[in-house]
Design a protein around this ligand. Structure first.
Ligand SMILES: CC(C)(COP(=O)(O)OP(=O)(O)OC[C@H]1O[C@@H](n2cnc3c(N)ncnc32)[C@H](O)[C@@H]1OP(=O)(O)O)[C@@H](O)C(=O)NCCC(=O)NCCS
Length: 202
């Protein structure tokens, strides 16, 4: 049985009705939101607008997500904040349903993610995008992607578009001063080696 087969379709609007975004709220996602997140994010992964996310990956990381919903509880969109560490976070999977676009939901989701980064004490927030103009509205600036080795190591290494990437790297806040993924650049404490028989004698 495929996971997709087990999922319910997005159960909120028809394509003809335009949900009222005016009174929309943005809140932390719950596990029950995972299906809507999965379907919306992957509806835009085919052309590379968003990275594909498996259903299990979304469930596992659902606490990274905020979602926007209308006053009547209609799912409108989502976005995630991935924490690399105190030095860097990343906005991922930010998307609003086509019929809800242009009414402020995307901006509200992004502000909630930036606020979450702030609450976590993370000043540098990065992202890769094809639409830098949207993010300029929120004080992101374009940077050379090489200043984001954690992001490159996490996603780019295994990306089929590695040498044909059309995304722009952006940062909100200061540039990260360190990295935690990839080849170790900082001296690590040597791990304690167990002696033969030391466990048995424990
Ligand atoms: C990008 C996206 C999330 C924006 O959501 P939205 O709800 O339409 O955006 P908002 O209505 O909150 O717009 C906030 C501001 O950004 C501007 N804006 C929105 N989309 C924009 C775009 N593509 N380019 C430039 N500016 C944009 C709006 O005009 C608005 O400006 P204002 O405050 O001066 O009025 C939405 O268009 C979307 O889902 N796109 C497809 C997925 C995608 O590309 N995600 C980004 C992946 S990195």
């Amino acid at each position: 049985m495929t996971v997709t087969g087990a999922l319910q379709p997005i159960s909120d609007t028809t394509s003809t009705s335009r949900p009222r975004v005016g009174g929309a709220t943005v809140r932390k996602a719950k596990l029950q939101d995972a299906v809507n997140i999965f379907e919306l994010v992957n509806s835009l992964s085919g052309d590379g607008t968003l990275l594909r996310r498996s259903y299990s990956e979304i469930c596992e990381n659902v606490r990274d997500f905020h979602i926007a919903e209308s006053e009547s509880g209609v799912f409108l969109g989502c976005g995630a904040l991935h924490l690399y560490g105190p030095h860097l976070a990343e906005v991922r999977s930010i998307v609003v349903k086509p019929e809800a676009k242009g009414q402020g939901a995307g901006g509200r989701i992004l502000r909630a993610l930036l606020q979450e980064a702030d609450e976590q004490g993370v000043a540098s927030v990065c992202l890769f995008t094809r639409i830098p103009d949207f993010f300029y509205h929120f004080a992101f600036r374009t940077v050379d992607r090489t200043v984001l080795p954690d992001k490159i190591y996490k996603d780019c290494q295994s990306c089929p578009r590695l040498y044909a990437c059309d995304e722009v790297a952006m940062v909100h806040g200061p540039l990260p001063k360190m990295a935690v993924l990839g080849p170790t650049k900082f001296p690590q404490q040597e791990l304690v080696k167990l002696q033969a028989g030391s466990i048995a004698g424990h």
